[in-house]
Design a protein around this ligand. Structure first.
Ligand code: NOJ
Length: 568
C-alpha cells in the first residue's frame, strides 16, 4: 500500500468521521515560516510543526489551518505558488508533510490547507511557458494577457491598481526581445492572475484538491475566493468608473465588478464541492472573500465551499453595540443558509488584536493613523500604544468569541497575547505591500515575526539561528515557557477556554440576556453556559452563577472593565 493510501485510510478510520466536525471547530492558523524552525536556517518548517504537535494538542484546538507551504520565492509570504502539488524544499518534503499530517491526526487535530487559486507565482512552469510562447498561444491562455493601449502598446490595458499598490498590469518582453503584451496581476507582479475561463486551469485545480485530500488534508482555506472569474470585455472600465459604481461598503452588491465577486465564481465551487464529497468525511472549505455582506452567504452555501470568513468583528472597534449587531446579524445569516458562522480577530494580514485594541483609534482594522497611513501601526506613535489595555481587551474579546456558536479562527501567537512588532527596520521588511506602496502602508510583517517559545536562547526558542524577521527583546515576556503553567497567563486562559468550549459547546444558537447597561453584553447557550463582557471601564455586578473562567481577575463579585467571564 502506498504512503498516501495508508494515510488516507488512517485519517478516515482513526478519526470520528463526523461530517460536521468543522461547524463549531476552533481552528489555529499556522504561518509555517514563522512557527517553529527545526533546522536552524531561520525559517519555520514542516518538521518544526510536527515537533510542536504536543503543544497544539495541549492547547485544545480542533484543527490547524496551514498557510501556504508550497515552493515559493516568497514575493508574497508564500501566496506566490510555484507548484501547487509540492512542499517548499526550504520547509521540507512531501514525506515530512505526511509525517506532520499523521501526527496531527493522531492527536485528534484536523488539517486545513491554504489553496491559492487566483494567481500562481511568476516562477510557475505555466508562467514560464507563457512568457516563452507567442501571443495568442495556449500557454498565454492560462493567464490574462492583453495588448497595451497607446500607439505601440506602451500603456497598460487599464488604469487599475493592484491591491498592494502600483499598477495591476505588467508588461513583458516577448521571446524575440521586443516589448510585448501585458499581464494582469491583482496582487504583486510576481503573482500573475490565472485565467479561470480556461478549462485546463479548472481541471488542474480539481487534481490539486484530490492530491492533498489523498494526503490527509481535511479541508481548504481558499485564498481570495471571490476573484477567480473575470469579465474583461473591452473597453475595460476605468478606475474612476469602478469607484463610482462601488457603494462604499465591501465589494459590489450586484456582482457587476469585473473581477471581484462575480456570480460565475460559484460554478467553480460547485465543482469543488463534488470533489470534497468524494471523501469521507467530505473535505471542508472556508472562503476568504471580502465581499459585500449580503453576498457572503453564497460562498458559505453547502453546495459551495460551506463556510466563509466573516471579518466583521475584526473590523469592529471594541464596542458592545457593534459586537452585538455583528453577532446577531451573522448568526441569522448562517441560520438562513445552513452555513455555520466564523469568527476571527487576528490573522497573518492584520495587526494583532492585542495591539489594535491598545491603539487610540478603537481597534477596527481599517482605521487609519493620524497621517492617513494604513495597516494601523504606521500612524500610531509608540507612545500612544497602551499594550496593557490592548491585551486586556484582546483577552476579553477572545473569550467572548470562544463562547459564540460557529467556528473560531485563531492566529498563532494570539494564545500568548503577542503584540504586533512595530519596530522592524525597513531593510528587513518582506511584505510587498510595504514596497509597492513605497512605505506608505507599513505592511504585514509585524504580525508574522517568528513565535517566541523560550524566554532565552537563540531566536527565543524558534530555532537555532536568527529568525527570518527580527524579534524584539520584549518577545521574551510573551514566550511559551514564561506562560506555561502560570495561573492567569494568556496561554493558560486559552487552554482552559478551549477545553471548556469543547465540553460546553451545544446547538449553534445563543440568547441575549438583557443587562440594562449598554456597555455590558451577556448571552447564554443551551445548557446554561453564559458569557458576559464588560466593554466599559468601570466594574459592574457579576450576574448570578458559578464563574467558570474569566479573562482577568475578578474582585468582590464584580466584573471589571474590559473583561469577560463565563458562568454557569
Ligand atoms: C490573501 C492572503 O491572506 C494574503 O496574505 C495574500 O497576500 C493575498 N490573499 C494574495 O494571495
Amino acid at each position: 500500500m502506498s504512503t498516501t493510501a495508508t494515510l488516507a485510510t488512517l485519517s478516515d478510520s482513526n478519526l470520528a468521521a463526523d461530517p460536521n466536525w468543522w461547524r463549531q471547530a476552533s481552528v489555529y492558523q499556522i504561518y509555517p515560516r514563522s512557527f517553529s524552525d527545526s533546522n536552524g536556517d531561520g525559517l519555520g518548517d514542516i518538521k518544526g510543526i510536527t515537533a510542536k504537535v504536543p503543544y497544539l494538542k495541549e492547547l485544545g484546538i480542533d484543527a490547524v489551518w496551514l498557510s501556504p507551504f508550497y515552493p515559493s520565492a516568497l514575493a508574497d509570504g508564500g501566496y506566490d505558488v510555484d507548484d501547487y502539488r509540492d512542499v517548499d524544499p526550504k520547509l521540507g518534503t512531501l514525506e515530512d508533510f505526511a509525517e506532520m499530517s499523521a501526527a496531527l491526526h493522531q492527536a485528534g487535530i484536523k488539517l486545513i490547507a491554504d489553496i491559492v487559486p487566483n494567481h500562481s507565482s511568476d516562477r510557475h512552469e505555466w508562467f514560464k511557458e507563457a512568457l516563452a510562447a507567442p501571443k495568442g498561444s495556449a500557454a498565454r491562455e492560462r493567464y490574462i494577457f492583453r495588448d497595451g493601449l497607446g500607439k505601440n502598446g506602451e500603456l497598460p490595458p487599464s488604469d487599475w491598481d493592484s491591491v498592494f499598490g502600483g499598477p495591476a498590469w505588467e508588461r513583458i518582453t516577448e521571446p524575440d526581445g521586443t516589448p510585448g503584451q501585458w499581464y494582469l496581476h491583482i496582487f504583486a507582479k510576481e503573482q500573475p492572475d490565472l485565467n479561470w475561463a480556461n478549462r485546463e486551469i479548472r481541471d488542474d485545480f480539481l487534481k490539486t484538491l484530490r492530491f492533498w485530500s489523498d494526503r490527509g488534508v481535511d479541508g481548504f482555506r481558499v485564498d481570495v475566493a471571490h476573484a477567480l472569474t473575470k469579465d474583461l470585455t473591452e473597453p475595460l472600465l476605468s478606475k474612476a468608473e469602478l469607484t463610482e459604481a462601488n457603494t462604499g461598503t465591501d465589494g459590489f452588491p450586484d456582482g457587476s465588478h469585473p473581477f471581484w465577486d462575480r456570480d460565475e465564481v460559484h460554478e467553480i465551487y460547485a465543482e469543488w464541492r463534488e470533489v470534497f464529497n468524494e471523501y469521507n468525511p467530505p473535505r471542508t472549505a472556508v472562503a476568504e472573500a471580502w465581499v459585500h455582506a449580503t453576498r457572503r452567504a453564497r460562498y458559505a452555501s453547502p453546495q459551495g465551499l460551506g463556510q466563509a470568513f466573516n471579518f466583521d468583528l475584526l473590523q469592529a472597534d471594541f464596542d458592545a453595540e457593534e459586537f452585538q449587531e455583528i453577532i446577531t446579524r451573522n448568526l441569522a445569516e448562517a441560520k438562513a443558509t445552513g452555513a455555520s458562522s466564523t469568527w476571527v480577530f487576528s490573522n497573518h494580514d492584520v495587526v494583532r488584536h492585542a495591539t489594535r485594541y491598545g491603539l487610540p483609534m478603537g481597534g477596527g482594522v481599517h482605521a487609519k493613523g493620524q497621517d492617513g497611513k494604513g495597516w494601523l501601526l504606521a500612524g500610531a506613535p509608540a507612545e500612544e500604544l497602551d499594550t496593557e489595555l490592548g491585551l486586556r481587551r484582546a483577552r476579553a474579546a477572545s473569550l467572548l468569541m470562544l463562547a459564540l456558536p460557529g467556528s473560531a479562527y485563531l492566529y498563532q501567537g494570539e494564545e500568548l497575547g503577542l503584540q504586533e512588532v512595530g519596530e522592524i527596520p525597513d531593510a528587513e521588511r518582506q511584505d510587498p505591500a510595504f514596497f509597492r506602496n513605497k512605505g506608505v502602508e507599513i505592511g504585514r510583517d509585524g504580525c508574522r515575526v517568528p513565535l517566541p517559545w523560550a524566554t532565552e536562547g537563540a531566536s527565543f526558542g524558534f530555532g537555532a539561528g536568527d529568525a527570518h524577521l527580527p524579534q524584539p527583546e520584549w518577545f521574551s515576556r510573551y514566550a511559551v515557557d514564561a506562560q506555561d503553567g502560570v495561573e492567569g497567563s494568556t496561554l493558560e486562559l486559552y487552554r482552559k477556554a478551549l477545553k471548556l468550549r469543547r465540553e460546553l459547546q451545544t446547538a449553534e444558537e445563543l440568547e441575549w440576556v438583557e443587562t440594562g447597561n449598554s456597555q455590558v453584553l451577556q448571552f447564554s447557550r443551551h445548557g446554561g453556559w453564559q458569557s458576559v463582557t464588560n466593554f466599559g471601564a468601570e466594574p459592574v455586578e457579576l450576574p448570578a452563577g458559578e464563574v467558570l473562567l474569566s479573562s482577568g481577575p475578578l474582585a468582590a463579585g464584580k466584573l471589571p472593565g474590559n473583561t469577560t467571564a463565563w458562568l454557569r
